[in-house]
Structures are given as C-alpha cells and as structure tokens.
Design a protein around this ligand. Structure first.
Ligand SMILES: Nc1ncnc2c1ncn2[C@@H]1O[C@H](COP(=O)(O)OP(=O)(O)O)[C@@H](O)[C@H]1O
Ligand SMILES: CC(C)(COP(=O)(O)O)[C@@H](O)C(=O)NCCC(=O)O
Length: 333
C-alpha cells in the first residue's frame, strides 16, 4: 500500500547503480559509470584506433574503453533526442500547415578552461557522424566571439578573458538565431590560441549541418538583464541538449598546468605565439606562471561564472583525476 511519504524512488524500479540526485525533488538521475556504460546497449563501436589518435588533444591519449563506456552511450542518447526533437518540429510544421525543413540540432558543451570540453566535443562529433540520422556534424567554439584584444584592452578586460563580459554575446546570439532558423552559410569569427587574439578576416562557416556542437566556458550563462528590465535571450535557449563537463578544481588546475607545459614545448616556441616569451622558462618557472594565470583568471571565472551554471545542463559528466568519467547525471524533469 502506498503511503503519503512514498517517493518516485520507491515506485520506479531502477537499474543498479542508478539513484535520484539529492532526493526525489532533484531533476537529475545519477548513474555510476557501470550503470551508465550498460546503456550503450548494443551500439557498435564505430571509431578506429587511428580516429582516436587523431582525436587526442594536446598529448593525452584517449582511452578506447572510455569512448566505449562513456561516450557511445551518450551518442546513443543524443540520437534518440535528435529523433524526438525532429518529430516535435514535424508536429509543429504540420499543425501550421507548413513544410519547413528540419533545422540543426544544437548541443552546448560547458565547463572550466582545461576540463576537456574540446576533447569531449571532438569525440561526440566523430561518434555522431556515424549515426544515419546525423552524418553532418559541425563544431564551433565560443572563443571566436571573444572581443578582440584591442577592445578588451580599451575596456580594461585583458585580465578577464573568458568572463561573460569579455564576449560579444549579441553576435553569438545572432549567430545561433541564424543557425537555428535554418539559414545557410552562417559565419562565426575565429580565435587563435597561438596569437591569443581574434584572427582578422578569418571565419568558420556553418552550413545547415544536422548537428551543431557549441563548446565554451559560458554557454550555460543565464540571460543578461536588459536596461528596460526585461530578460534577453540566453545562448542556451538555442540548445536542444547540453553537457557540463565537471571535475574537482584541483584536478583542473593540474590539467591546466600540464597543458601549459606541453604548449611551452610546442606552440609557445613559435615566434608568432603570444606566449613566446614563456618558451625559454624552466619547468618550475612555467608551472608557476601557469598557476598564476589559473589563480588570477581561470579559477575565479570557474567559481563565479561557470560552476553556477552546472545545474542548467541536461547532462553532467563528472571526471576523476585521470580524466575518466566516474559519474553521469541526466536530467529527467
Ligand atoms: N577524455 C580525455 N582523456 C585524456 N585526456 C583528456 C581528455 N579530455 C581532455 N584531456 C586533456 O586535458 C587537457 C584539457 O582538455 P581540452 O579538451 O583542451 O580542454 P578545454 O577545451 O576544456 O580547455 C588537454 O591536455 C587534453 O588532452
Ligand atoms: C579562450 C578562453 C577564454 C576559452 O574560451 P571558450 O572557448 O571557452 O569560449 C581561455 O582558453 C583563455 O584563454 N582564458 C584566459 C586565461 C588563459 O590564458 O588561460
């Protein structure tokens, strides 16, 4: 017999390793790695060893098992979403007596600097490309919408790169409005990590893909209040699905320093690099410089602006210190 105190938890039989997050009122269901990996069902692994080598970011190897156990189930879930959202779109156009073609399914990927957003985005792009419904997957990063250094300097924001105020949010919203309305050849500016600035005259062109992945620190930021008191649009209003890549701050700090050290041996050694002056630093000096940038810019941004948006994501991937995903939270409400 059910009692007044019975919860959703008690009524729905759950897969072992699955639980409600923070009690029955949380919008998330939490799955441990084992439970999540079983949701791959019989999805075949479509990536080869050479795809994985190509995918690896700056030096770290991407584990095949990680792709099979974590990212394949996610690609399966995303395909189901693509199908369902396409069905909703068809229902609306039928209702309106129109025959508008489907527009791109947009996935946002959020999280700290150096947590692994670009790596996650690239893995998902490769996996989604192999699904029959989504052969055309394109990827953009929001750093293209950072204000150019000259403008950041003018506004006194050079030490605030990556903070919400350092982006041309209006241009990003215009870009997403055009993509989501099905416009062809929508153009985004390009940022170079090497020169640490927007590249004048360079563009990424998004041409009606089946899926667009939008990766960036602040993609889940709530809308800015407008002068007239009304709320504007948020970037995430254009997302059909969003992923927050999460990890302990100490681990991310470490990954940031490791990446900085590797860059010092590669990109920084090129004369056109903004950080060329760091190429000659000793290991200890480079780590200390990386820790300073982390401490002054990236960690405050994580704490003040990025982490608070985690609860807006459809799915949260929580990584351990070796980058392997330990826990997955999926929004069910
Ligand atoms: N799944 C993963 N397995 C191994 N290494 C990873 C993984 N994801 C990210 N990394 C490493 O962590 C660092 C940061 O990742 P990156 O994708 O560049 O972060 P972000 O785009 O969030 O700044 C890079 O050195 C990358 O190679
Ligand atoms: C370019 C970034 C703001 C990331 O931008 P995103 O692609 O997430 O929009 C970040 O990588 C960055 O350069 N931060 C400034 C401090 C630093 O040099 O790490």
């Amino acid at each position: 017999m059910s009692s007044a105190g019975s919860t959703t938890n008690e009524r729905i039989p759950r897969t072992p390793g699955t639980r409600e997050a923070h009690g029955p009122r949380s919008p998330y269901v939490v799955l441990d790695r084992q439970a999540w990996s079983q949701l791959r069902a019989s999805t075949p692994m479509t990536l080869t060893a050479s795809d994985l080598t190509r995918l690896q970011g700056l030096g770290d190897r991407i584990d095949v098992r990680e792709v099979e156990e974590v990212y394949l189930p996610l690609s399966r879930l995303l395909t189901m979403y693509v199908h369902a959202v396409g069905g909703l779109h068809d229902a609306t156009t039928t209702f309106l007596g129109e025959s508008a073609a489907r527009t791109p399914f947009v996935i946002g990927i959020a999280g700290s600097v150096a947590v692994g957003k670009s790596t996650t985005a690239r893995i998902l792009r490769e996996l989604l490309r192999h699904w029959p419904e989504t052969p055309r997957v394109e990827l953009i990063t929001t750093d293209g919408f950072l204000l150019p250094n000259a403008e950041l300097e003018r506004r006194g924001l050079m030490q605030r790169k990556g903070f919400p105020e350092s982006y041309d949010r209006r241009a990003l919203l215009r870009f997403l409005t055009a993509v989501k309305s099905g416009a062809p050849e929508v153009r985004a500016p390009v940022y170079s990590h090497l020169v640490y600035d927007i590249v004048p005259g360079s563009e990424t062109v998004v041409n009606r893909p089946d899926v667009l992945i939008v990766e960036g620190l602040n993609v889940l930021q709530p809308p800015r209040a407008r002068a007239d008191g009304r709320q504007g649009l948020a970037v995430s209003d254009f997302f059909d699905f969003s992923v927050y890549v999460d990890a302990r701050t100490e681990d991310v700090r470490h990954w940031y320093a490791e990446r900085f050290l590797r860059l010092r041996q590669t990109a920084f050694s090129r004369p056109e690099s903004y950080f060329h002056r760091y190429a000659s630093l000793s290991d200890a000096e480079a780590v200390s410089r990386a820790q300073q940038i982390w401490h002054d810019i990236n960690e405050p941004n994580l704490v003040e602006n990025v982490l608070p948006t985690r609860s807006r994501a459809t799915l949260v991937l929580t990584k351990g210190s070796d980058h392997s995903v330990r826990k997955v939270m999926l929004r069910k409400l």
